[in-house]
Ligand binder design. Sequence first.
Ligand code: ZN
Length: 386
Amino acid sequence: MYFTTSKSDRDRLFACNRESALVWNHCLSLSRQHYVDNGKWITKSELQKVTKGKFHLHSQSIQAVCHKYLFARDTAHQAIQKGRKTARYPYRNKNHFNTKWAKDGFKIHANEKIELSMGIHDGKREKPIVLYTRNFPKGMIKEIELCYDYGLYLSIAFEDGKENQPYQKKQSVGVDLGEIHSLAAFAETGEAIIITGRKVRSIHRLRNKKVAEIQRLQSKCKKGSRQWKKYQKAKRYVLSKSEKQLQDALHKTTKQFVDWCVNQAVSNVHIGNPEGVQRKTRQKKRATRKQAQRLSNWSFGKVKKYLLYKLAMKGMRLHPIDESYTSQTCPVCKKRKKVSSRNYRCSCGYQEHRDTHGARNILAKSLYGEIYHLDVSTKQTYLRIA
Ligand SMILES: [Zn+2]
């Protein structure tokens, strides 16, 4: 969730995440010292006692960092007990750390104005940080977390009082995420939908163009110089703005898809995971091209996160599957070919829209464990989101 705020409060928000990082770093060194001195681990209450009032944050925000530290330590401990070789106790110092406000740390006003409390320092209550949002979720807000991803945003944990609908076995659907922000789905009945964002294509094109231009100018400056930093800031601004637009489009697309699933009486959604494939076929030349492409794609993780909770609310389940070869293989004769045009056409006579073809194969693979020709004709729908 994005928000607007004043310049000075924005600076204070950044300061919060720097301060939270200090709490985290303090947790690391305190725990280390405690272990050296006493030969045992610091407990939750001890850690809370020694961090209390030491930082420029609301007391619950400080506690939240301590909890995260203890959680990370205990998770690592369990993994080490199980013999996982890559597991490590938290050790890395941070420069930024998400700040959390629990129920006593924030106030939400009727006009979607949010006040984040900074607690009491030297006996005086500090002026809260004021933010304005739009489309704030209705219901009981449990927690607000300040995160950063090309720009600051809020992650909100809430209870809407509505129970998720119960799961009931109905039909399955396969989902293929297209290269440029599209989502294609194919259901067992042959109903198929392709959802694309009209604007998204131009957002990402414009962004790449602008970023390329800034990078070109930046490459002429000395790294770290004042002018270089100026370009760096401009680049961050472009990325942050387009990131918000893309996020918004992602919300709309997943919402439309879930609505379609409800209408089609879907219970199980099988989604192809393109990132699993990328990892497998990593080659140097390809990797750089993929990196460039990644800018243009929604990350699978993000799409999954959105779908997971939206589907769960309607009693549907999400299953990611390895989408290897689903886009290349003809389901009828099993020949493989690369698709370059809008349609997949095989010499055996099979043909299908490229994205629907992918979704069809993903559905078959998840139902039968292999790419198989589903004997239904396609009833194609296109949906464009403004
Ligand atoms: Zn064929």
